[in-house]
Design a binder for this molecule. Structure first.
Ligand code: SF4
Ligand code: SF4
Length: 103
């Protein structure tokens, strides 16, 4: 097993920057879909391709994407990318969700 790479402070990559974020979980997803059937019929999976944090995951089983909400950066891209307006997107409750080390 390889040792995780120490984040590079001088020239941080996207992965380095993501490493510095902290998500406070309130144990309930703030993301979801309105109609599962819409996802089952979807051919674009734009929510998966647009998410910079690999929250929406096409597991290749033709099912609704898996949502790893704990990684969410709260950028809102998935909400706007879904061509069917099928994404439920709520702000995490106060005191939870993503905290950015560099604002
Ligand atoms: S893009 Fe919209 S409809 Fe398609 S899988 Fe994602 S949430 Fe479902
Ligand atoms: S809000 Fe941004 S980071 Fe969060 S799931 Fe949507 S696209 Fe991904």
């Amino acid at each position: 097993m390889s040792t995780p790479k120490t984040p590079d402070i001088e020239t941080p990559s996207i992965e380095d920057r993501l490493y510095t974020n902290k998500y406070t979980d309130h144990e309930e997803s703030h993301l979801g879909v309105f109609e599962e059937q819409t996802c089952l019929d979807c051919e674009t999976y734009d929510c998966v391709s647009v998410c910079p944090a690999n929250v929406w995951r096409d597991e290749g089983d033709g099912d609704v994407p898996f949502i790893a909400y704990e990684n969410c950066l709260e950028c809102g891209s998935c909400r706007w990318a879904c061509p069917y307006d099928n994404v439920i997107w709520e702000n995490p409750p106060n005191g939870t969700g993503m905290t950015y080390r560099y604002g």
